[in-house]
Design a binder for this molecule. Structure first.
Ligand SMILES: CC(C)(COP(=O)(O)OP(=O)(O)OC[C@H]1O[C@@H](n2cnc3c(N)ncnc32)[C@H](O)[C@@H]1O)[C@@H](O)C(=O)NCCC(=O)NCCS
Ligand SMILES: Nc1ncnc2c1ncn2[C@@H]1O[C@H](COP(=O)(O)OP(=O)(O)OP(=O)(O)O)[C@@H](O)[C@H]1O
Length: 198
């Protein structure tokens, strides 16, 4: 089974596009979602986050205090690297467990990760897709979706590789702007991946 990575900057439309692949029967591992889950269930990881970012990283009911951690890491590269060093190995392990349990008859699976290239996990994928979208459109999408300011979106964007850096590492591209159909682009890639597994 082929392992296909899919990434793109914040608000590029990775999740939206993965939902289209799921309608074609393709399983998707959502790294951001899994990261958040294990940050509230993996006791060793929880202790590491509390030791690094303080007990206020979690509310009394054990829910992650996203805002507290975001306020530290998205304005300080060193702190962000500490968080990534804690979280990413746990996400890698979770992916391996997920991948091992997939039915073997499937042609390919998708690993959706905001930091596919930054974390190096693209090297464990056979091919990698980059989702691109106009800068202003990404900001507009995220400010509307998350009810955050443009500055907060930019702070996250500035902690990720640029599309120019990602373009060099990607094998396929999906342009998620208002002029192109993401469904047609997904169907085209799906056909290509099926041919690769024949
Ligand atoms: C710092 C946290 C708690 C902030 O949570 P919050 O709900 O405010 O933001 P959210 O998770 O929705 O992230 C918003 C966007 O920021 C980007 N982002 C998330 N984590 C990171 C990171 N470590 N480095 C750069 N960008 C990131 C993604 O594009 C994400 O979609 C959260 O982002 C987090 O736990 N990040 C560390 C885990 C991680 O690296 N996830 C990505 C796995 S590929
Ligand atoms: N082609 C599209 N048409 C309309 N809305 C879209 C399209 N693509 C994405 N969106 C919307 O833009 C927002 C961002 O999309 P999505 O969450 O898929 O991006 P993402 O790359 O997964 O973002 P993040 O990195 O923050 O997780 C969402 O509200 C989504 O519904």
């Amino acid at each position: 089974m082929l392992k296909i990575g899919i990434t793109g900057g914040i608000g590029s439309g990775k999740t939206t596009i993965c939902k289209v692949f799921e309608t074609l029967g393709i399983p998707v591992f959502y790294a951001d979602t899994v990261a958040k889950q294990i940050m509230t269930t993996d006791t060793i990881l929880i202790e590491g986050i509390k030791d690094t970012f303080g007990a206020e990283s979690y509310f009394n009911d054990g829910v992650l205090n996203n805002k507290h951690i975001a306020s530290i890491v998205f304005s300080n590269e060193t702190e962000l690297n500490k968080l990534n060093a804690l979280v990413h190995p746990a996400v890698f392990r979770a992916f391996d467990e997920w991948d091992a349990m997939l039915p073997k008859h499937l042609p390919y699976s998708l690993k959706e990760a905001a930091l596919l290239f930054e974390s190096g996990s693209y090297e464990m994928c056979d091919k990698n897709i980059l989702v691109t979208a106009p800068h202003a459109l990404k900001i507009a999408r995220v400010t509307q979706r998350d009810n955050v300011s443009e500055e907060q979106v930019l702070a996250r964007m500035n902690k990720q590789f640029t599309d120019r850096q990602k373009l060099k590492l990607a094998d396929y591209f999906i342009e998620n702007n208002e002029n192109k159909s993401i469904i047609l682009q997904v169907l085209d890639l799906h056909e290509q991946f099926l041919k690769m597994t024949e």
